[in-house]
Design a protein. Structure first.
Length: 113
């Protein structure tokens, strides 16, 4: 299960890298939260939010995955017009689909602060 869950998270990150959110394995009733969106639900809501950032994204790099059961915590970097933004994100993966995503990062570079 560990490797399958990590592969699911990597599919999501590769969807960002390829700028094709249709490749992201997200549950329709996804729960997500980060410093810019706050608490939210729904795969389509996350995709709509991320679609605005895809043009500014140059690369996505995984630093490390830590996996325990259905949870994968991934340290990754978003490299784009705002510079390199380190992100720590906790995913819950159930049956090959991401059902929860909680991202932690400093939003100041994006907000221009």
């Amino acid at each position: 299960m560990r490797e399958e869950n990590i592969k699911t998270v990597e599919k999501f990150l590769n969807a960002l890298k390829q700028k094709d959110l249709s490749l992201a394995p997200l549950a329709d009733d996804l729960k997500f939260e980060d410093p810019l969106t706050g608490k939210n639900t729904g795969a389509e809501n996350l995709k709509a939010f991320l679609a605005g950032f895809l043009p500014a994204l140059n690369d996505v790099r995984v630093i490390q995955h830590i996996c325990e059961g259905e949870y994968v915590v991934t340290h990754w970097e978003a490299d784009g017009i705002f510079g390199i933004i380190p992100i720590l994100e906790k995913f819950r993966v159930e049956n090959g689909i991401i059902t929860e995503a909680y991202g932690y990062f400093d939003p100041k570079p994006i907000l221009g602060s």
